[in-house]
Design a protein around this ligand. Sequence first.
Ligand code: ADP
Length: 636
Amino acid sequence: MATSEEILQNYFGYTSFRPPQAEIVDAVLERHDVLALLPTGGGKSLCFQVPTLQTEGLCLVVTPLIALMQDQVQQLRRRHIDAVAVHSGMSAHEIDIALDRAVYGKIRFLYVSPERLKTEMFNKRFPNMPVSLIAVDEAHCISQWGHDFRPPYLEIHALREVKPDVPLIALTATATGPVRDDIVRHLKLRNPRIFQRSFARDNISLVVRHTEQKEKQMLDILQKVPGPAIVYVRSRRGTVSLARWLVKQKISATYYHAGLTYTERQERQQEWINNHSRVMVATNAFGMGINKPDVRSVIHLDMPEDLESYYQEAGRAGRDGKRSFATLIYHDADVAALQHRAEQAQPSIDYLRKVYQALANFYQLAVGAAQGVTFDFDLEEFCRRFGFKSQAAYPALKKLEQEGFVQLSEGFYRPSRLMIAVDNKRLYEFQVANVHYDKLIKMLLRLYGAELFADYLIVQEAQLADALHQSKEELRTGLTQLGKLQLIHYQPASDSPTLTWLLPRQDADRMPLRVEHLKERARVFEKKTEAMITYATQTVRCRMQVIQNYFGEDTFNTCGICDLCLKRKKRDHQAHLVDYRNQVLFLLKARPLSLDDLEAAVDARDRDVFIETIREMLDQQEIRCDESWNLHLVKQ
Ligand code: ADP
């Protein structure tokens, strides 16, 4: 068996593990259940990828974010590791093929969203999959105390009943004490080994600025701190206007939000990663899965809704370990706005029912229908049709999601995929009978080979169209036709947001809304809002310490580099200055002394401050130095 270090080197090209990756890998190899708490960017994925590659079998990875799932699968494939993702953006047939490959093929990693685990298609296959490890990423989603509660996470433990001997590793970057307890309890971890790396980042200066002139303050920071930066704002429109304003101020900037097309998002992201634009002005849609190590500044111009989100975004600064700044700029109106948003995020039961009913009408679904079905979802269109305001309807939809009725997915890109639906012989017969399609089919086989008969492959439509001297539209028409003729299975590219019905459509008046539970969640939410506001408005405690305590780390250590630590240092420094000065005046009044004798007499603990005091007193001509380097008081 290859060693963990060899796997790390050969597959991933890294020379050493980061703490505590090696210990985690060992614990997994010893088949212990593991809970790994590592800050964002800490390298969680390798903790389950390396041990899987060291042994036989498949690692089932449960993860909620489809975009991240796709990203990881692509990265693994680039390293020639067979990985597959199964999510709601795929057709039933695609999912069927992927799950079959997990049972029969040589897949090493199967990524699934938690909702998948409940489907019959998955449950039928799972017992026959050669699973060696179950990895639950973003494990905080299991807890209603977490910031992104996903009810289907509560069902993950059922996997363990089917495969009781398979170890489970749960991973998360953000888990407060109660969340940690929930993870252990709900995943039914057995004597888990718990690994935690401190959440403190010793190269990030956390700073809060309270001002009415937020843009000016931001500009000031960008002028003083050179290097790449991210500026987070809440509104999509805000990203556009702020980026333009920065360009006018001669700072190169671009913008990013979920309303842009996939290509636009890719272009902007690349522009910033390659340093063609210095500042990325973005909504919170930006940042997941992006690994730019040299971000020197992350600035928030609006208050995030909780400390989990804030610290995750702020933590994108200084991945390279060099000194960086994370600044939250706010004024009083922002505190009020956050409180208002928090109130709006708690819709009444009646309103929830109304939105649910409207959804059912939107898709024209009968009671009992649509379980597991995914539709494209246009929030603006939905609100327009039913007369909702999106600021109110969106939190209601999120609530329905938390209650497990539906699942919303931000627009994530699904490239075009296709697979041949018939065998070789039948295809040949078709080609002979339909010369019109012959060129297209030949080109498909030439570019993608026989694998097209076995699995869905991602096809580059631009490349294919070029090779055929066709426009992309002509090509798509051709592929769609072949799809209709049932010669191929064709899934055209899409990046629209989706909505999945997790439960069959209910009667809105009788849907099982757990009133007490909703109230409890509202209280949790309120506490989170409060913690965010306290972080910003308090002026006493080290900011890093506040964050560490929030995430359940017991520490009294201070970071020494946040604005409040620096303020305290300055204050102490001033106090020392005054103290040393008084002592010098007192001692020299009695007789002249050399610098060394004076220093010994003052018992200066902070030598730099003592020397600074002497220099200042010389400058102010309070004291003078004679030819023998003795110090005298000027005015006796
Ligand atoms: P997380 O999921 O904890 O946010 P990732 O697993 O995405 O972090 O890892 C963050 C980045 O660090 C990735 O680019 C990953 O390849 C890199 N990385 C992880 N472990 C190591 C290591 N031991 N040496 C070098 N780079 C690493």
